[in-house]
Design a protein around this ligand. Structure first.
Ligand SMILES: [Zn+2]
Length: 234
């Protein structure tokens, strides 16, 4: 295996080489772009770390690009024999197995997962849960609530004796109560609901995590009852 000389290298066949006065330096087989996910970021960082980070003979260069916005490469001085030997070891390892450091990758993946969850994925999940509760409310509108749920949400008494006027008696009232419980959950609690009560599994792709869950009524009821609802009761 040979590393290409920087002077012979360009990011795609549609690009020309940008002269940075490093024509003889060697281009490492890892690259990251603005759009890189955890796998590329991890391999890039671990490759660089193995080379001892940036130095007189190891440089990271970032270029603007019409495709992914920017990309970064690592180049090394061909006179640094020790760095070249480390680079060959890493490159060979990557040929055998696509991850340089599993521990580093899984740490980045779980950060990416929590970040994606708390910025956008929780909204999809919450919307799906609400859809399921709304469906039940419409389908069984006015029908008596589950016999096991026929105790007052306010006072914990049997609704036949409570008489507070706000007892939950019908499926739609019950579902509305569950929706308001759902709405009061923060993103962490929604994560717990998804993971522990809706069987959520997360697949990691280079373009981001993919959240898979199965929402059913019983899971939602169990979860919403079990998870401590933040703040005072309605
Ligand atoms: Zn009551």
């Amino acid at each position: 295996m040979d590393f290409p000389r920087y002077g012979d290298w360009s990011p795609t066949q549609f690009d020309s080489n940008i002269d940075i006065d490093r024509q003889d330096w060697l281009v490492m087989p890892v690259m990251q772009t603005r759009d890189s996910g955890p796998l590329d970021q991890s391999n890039f960082a671990c490759f660089l770390e193995a080379l001892g980070g940036e130095s007189e003979t190891v440089e990271v260069h970032r270029f603007g690009h019409w495709g992914p916005g920017w990309f970064e490469i690592i180049i090394i001085d061909p006179d640094d024999v020790a760095a070249q030997s480390v680079a060959y070891d890493c490159a060979r390892a990557l040929q055998d197995y696509p991850v340089l450091n599993d521990e580093d990758l899984s740490r980045r993946e779980s950060e990416d997962e929590r970040e994606s969850w708390s910025t956008w994925a929780y909204k999809d999940f919450s919307r799906e849960c609400e859809k399921e509760l709304q469906y039940q409310a419409d389908e069984f509108f006015g029908e008596p609530a589950d016999p096991q749920q026929r105790w007052c949400k306010n006072w914990g008494m049997d609704i036949d004796v409570c008489g507070c006027g706000d007892c939950i008696e019908t499926v739609d009232e019950w579902m509305a109560d569950l929706v308001s419980k759902l709405d009061s959950l923060d993103t962490d609690k929604l994560y717990t609901l998804a993971k522990e009560f809706c069987g959520m599994e997360v697949e990691h792709h280079n373009d981001g995590p993919y959240f898979k869950y199965k929402i059913d009524l019983q899971g939602l009821i169990d979860g919403l009852e079990a998870i401590q609802v933040a703040g005072p009761a309605r």
